[in-house]
Design a protein around this ligand. Structure first.
Ligand SMILES: NC(=O)c1ccc[n+]([C@@H]2O[C@H](COP(=O)([O-])OP(=O)(O)OC[C@H]3O[C@@H](n4cnc5c(N)ncnc54)[C@H](O)[C@@H]3O)[C@@H](O)[C@H]2O)c1
Ligand SMILES: *[C@@H]1O[C@H](CO)[C@@H](O)[C@H](O)[C@H]1NC(C)=O
Ligand SMILES: *[C@@H]1O[C@H](CO)[C@@H](O)[C@H](O)[C@H]1NC(C)=O
Ligand SMILES: *[C@@H]1O[C@H](CO)[C@@H](O)[C@H](O)[C@H]1NC(C)=O
Length: 397
């Protein structure tokens, strides 16, 4: 009996054990199934590296340049993750891209703020990025003089957050959006990459500081860094899929092409040209206008040529300056509207003449501007503007 009880008891115990093990297995199976189910989307193609596929994190990919870059990367068969908090970009641009590339593992959009290190770290731990193109920023010179902290926060500090996440998660290629505004107003034209950087507004200073942080970090790491200093970006996708649609409230700070189009559409009462007494041929400011299609091509070439431990700094411009008067003339031709032009006194903080020497990027990356017909670039952009009178429409998440 006792022996029997001794015998029965272990059976009962092991029976309980077996039930527990069985239940545990069931629970684990359920968890696995939930994880595998597409609605949970867990072993996502974005979370693992794949041979032959470059997974690029495009910050600010809902914005003007970032969306064009994402389109080009996707067309080149790269995998793209866009992170944007839509403070200035458009969900509509992301939707256009999603409709063009609906296949799984091509494009994902993550709504997040780069000023939030926890959110950024989570994104980096859940995704296997091969490279980062960091476009996200606030980017209006005039606004930067009115609200400098916004610029140091959303440019310099956010770049630090991105860089720290890259370092922590071993993402070793960075293509950084910088600007000719980091040069300030040099006395010698054209601007080469060796031209001393003396930015004269918070936008240029914030970008210069971000460059310095990246370069200091780079000295002690094997990161592949490409810093691209863009001149004035114009134009849009030649196939009309994407365009430039800044927030209406930013109109007053806006760039010249937007101002021309707004005047052509009658949204504003003509165009205000500020400053006709600069020391230039026709008295108006001279800038170097680079088409966004060319600019994006420079990013792709920079990505291809990026080498671990190396840093490349390049001007991205046409090498040719055009006056505001020339620009306005091209805009009138492109829109077919005889835009009314008011000539006003200079705007503080504007410099007379800025244009690039793009020979280094030609020499080292075999890149040069191809879309150099101002009127043609503006015609492409104008076509999109006319077909999208409300931009991408309301941007809600
Ligand atoms: N447009 C130009 O002429 C020009 C010239 C030189 C340099 N750049 C640089 O190119 C980059 C892109 O400029 P753009 O003209 O496309 O500007 P944009 O405003 O159209 O795009 C910037 C994007 O970044 C996003 N963003 C901003 N702060 C963010 C944050 N904290 N978290 C997440 N997303 C955020 C915005 O929502 C927006 O979609 C910027 O870095 C800008 O400084 C632009
Ligand atoms: C930039 O940062 C400031 C905080 O300094 C914040 O209030 C503002 O909303 C940010 N702007 C954008 C456009 O992200
Ligand atoms: C976007 O990010 C900025 C910080 O860079 C923040 O101040 C702002 O509130 C955010 N906007 C949205 C809509 O999340
Ligand atoms: C440089 O680019 C041109 C096209 O822009 C191409 O024809 C040429 O083969 C390229 N040269 C090299 C060395 O890659």
């Amino acid at each position: 009996m006792f022996a029997g009880m001794d015998y029965v008891d272990p059976v009962k115990k092991s029976g309980v054990k077996r039930k527990i093990v069985f239940a545990a297995c069931l629970v684990m199976l359920c968890i696995t199934m939930i994880k595998l189910s597409p609605s949970f989307g867990s072993p996502s193609p974005f979370s693992r590296h794949e041979a032959g596929v470059t997974h690029v994190l495009v910050t600010g990919g809902a914005g003007y340049i970032g969306s064009h870059a994402a389109l080009r990367l996707l067309r080149d068969s790269h995998r793209v993750t866009i992170v944007d908090n839509l403070s200035r970009g458009n969900l509509g641009a992301v939707k256009v891209l999603q409709n063009l590339f609906p296949e799984p593992g091509r494009l994902q959009f993550i709504y997040a703020d780069l000023g939030d290190p926890k959110a950024v770290n989570k994104i980096f731990s859940e995704n296997a990025f091969d490279a980062v193109m960091h476009f996200a920023a606030v980017a209006y010179v005039g606004e930067s003089t009115l609200d400098p902290l916004k610029y140091y926060h959303n440019i310099t500090s956010n770049t630090l957050v991105v860089l720290e996440a890259m370092a922590t998660h071993n993402v070793n290629t960075l293509i950084y959006s910088s600007t000719c505004a980091t040069y300030g107003e040099p006395d010698k034209m054209p601007i080469t990459e060796e031209t001393p950087q003396h930015p004269i507004n918070p936008y240029g200073k914030a970008k210069k500081m971000a460059e310095d942080i990246i370069l200091d970090f780079h000295k002690n790491s094997d990161m592949a860094v490409m810093i691209l200093r863009y001149f004035n970006v114009i134009g849009s996708d030649p196939d009309g899929r994407l365009g430039e649609a800044p927030r209406p409230e930013l109109r007053e700070h806006g760039r010249i092409s937007g101002a021309c189009f707004d005047a052509a559409r009658g949204i504003t009462n003509g165009l205000k040209v500020r400053g006709t007494d600069y020391k230039t041929a026709d008295g108006t400011c001279i800038r170097d206008y680079i088409d966004v299609t060319d600019l994006v091509d420079a990013h792709v070439k920079a990505l291809e040529k990026a080498q671990p431990g190396e840093v490349g700094i390049y001007n991205v411009g046409t090498g040719r300056g055009r006056s505001v008067n020339e620009f306005v003339k091209a805009c009138k031709m492109a829109t077919g509207v005889n835009i009314k032009v008011d000539f006003l006194p200079r705007r503080p903080g504007d410099y007379a003449e800025v244009f690039s020497d793009p020979s280094k990027i030609l020499r080292e990356l075999n890149w040069s501007a191809q879309y150099t017909d101002l009127e043609k670039s503006l015609r492409v952009a104008w076509r999109w503007q006319k077909l999208h009178l409300n931009g991408y429409g309301p941007s809600k998440v």
